[in-house]
Design a protein around this ligand. Structure first.
Ligand SMILES: Nc1nc2c(ncn2[C@@H]2O[C@H](COP(=O)(O)OP(=O)(O)OP(=O)(O)O)[C@@H](O)[C@H]2O)c(=O)[nH]1
Ligand SMILES: [Mg+2]
Length: 369
């Protein structure tokens, strides 16, 4: 047990804390037998007055209309299938970064779709692929674990690539997941109607799907139809997230991801896989007395970020001639970060080398995998 791999807690585990506590209190007082997941289960809503104050703050449930549904949908598929773009399109806001390079997403990203009649929590996952590094293996394991924790699975297959062994491999995995699977043909705008129809048939033949839906996240076509289909698979439940909250990603993670998205732009070959980004420090001069301050930056939030690559040759590429590439990465990502935070930011980027971090358990741990 000394070197146990890091595991993300499941949704059930995350939710077990305060709710389980509610349940124990309630069971004790009312002599009702306990239910495993009170919040997911409309009948077990705590009677506020009967609970101690500490339990009452756990979930504030607004008026829930009759027939309201809430739950989780997990998006899976090969790398580059369009999962994150589709997640953002459904949420209506950018919660996950996207790029034309495979394996852009490296951790589960949750995005929340709020509707009057339902709340759909999307879990965007890293692309499933044949792993070549320890990082790749961990990403695959993460996705498999996630499958068992959701109400419905969204299997994404791009319209513009032939169904191949990679898709069949995932389809087999999904058959074991014992969850309804909605197959989605993504990037529908990239092919003709005939080619799309042929792809829908090919995807239909891949497995036993609850539905097959074509979408174009880029054009916003059929995105609402997919939402309706997914919500149809959710259980009756009060909302799971507060109104207006579109993600529970920590701010530092969102910042690191925006830098990585900008850095992926225009790099080729193995470099995208070799790049990790970490936020080293965030100093708010308005509130922080400690932390190293940079002169002349006024009240701007100071954000220090490291771009970690595996070899010195990659470091040179990231920095570019006379620092030109790094500067461009800074300009692009700063825009996104300022939009995210709603205030001016001073962004300080550094590039460093951590040899073969993708295959080194210690380096992986340091980088948060
Ligand atoms: N034309 C078109 N391109 C799309 C669409 N959806 C995604 N793309 C493009 O496909 C590429 C991959 O999209 P992502 O959303 O990053 O794919 P992903 O499945 O999340 O990839 P990984 O995180 O690497 O597994 C990007 O260049 C997107 O712009 C779409 O509906 N139409
Ligand atoms: Mg992605």
């Amino acid at each position: 047990m000394t070197d146990a791999p890091f595991r993300f807690p499941s949704d059930d585990e995350l939710m077990a804390g305060p709710n389980a506590f509610d349940e124990a209190e309630q069971a004790g007082e009312s002599e009702e037998p306990g239910q495993a997941e009170p919040v997911r289960d409309g009948q077990a809503e705590p009677d506020d007055d009967a609970l101690p104050a500490s339990a009452r703050v756990a979930v504030t449930v607004p008026e829930v209309p009759e027939g309201y549904r809430a739950g989780f949908a997990c998006l899976v598929g090969r790398p580059n299938a369009g999962k994150s773009t589709l997640t953002n399109a459904m949420v209506g806001q950018k919660v996950a970064i996207t790029s034309g390079r495979p394996q852009t997403t490296r951790h589960n990203v949750r995005g929340v779709v709020h509707r009057d009649d339902a709340q759909l929590v999307l879990v965007d996952t890293p692309g499933l692929h044949r792993p070549r590094t320890l990082l790749g293996k961990r990403l695959n394991d993460l996705v498999r674990e996630t499958l068992s924790d959701v109400d419905v699975i969204v299997f994404c297959v791009p319209a513009d690539e032939k169904v191949g062994p990679g898709d069949r491999f995932i389809a087999r995995d999904l058959a074991d997941a014992r969850r309804p699977v909605v197959a989605v043909v993504t990037k529908a705008d990239t092919v003709s109607r005939e080619a799309l129809a042929a792809q829908l048939l090919a995807v239909n033949d891949l497995g036993d799907w609850a539905d097959v839906v074509p979408v174009s996240a880029r054009r916003g076509e059929q995105v609402d139809v997919l939402e309706d289909v997914l919500i149809g698979h959710l259980p009756p439940s009060p909302p799971l997230y507060p109104t207006g909250e579109v993600t529970d990603e920590p701010q530092a993670v969102m910042i690191a991801e925006l830098v990585r998205e900008a850095a992926l732009e225009g790099v080729r070959d193995e470099l995208p896989h070799s790049l990790a980004v970490v936020v080293d420090e965030i100093v708010d001069p308005r509130t922080d007395r400690t932390g190293s301050r940079v002169k002349g930056t006024g009240g701007r939030l100071q954000v220090r970020v490291s771009l970690v690559v595996e070899r010195d040759s990659q470091k040179a590429i990231m920095i570019g001639k006379g620092g030109s590439r790094l500067k461009e990465i800074g300009v692009v990502s700063r825009k996104g970060i300022q939009k995210l935070l709603g205030r001016p930011v001073y962004l300080d980027l550094h590039v460093r080398t951590s040899k073969d971090w993708q295959s080194d358990p210690k380096a992986l741990a340091r980088l948060g995998f």
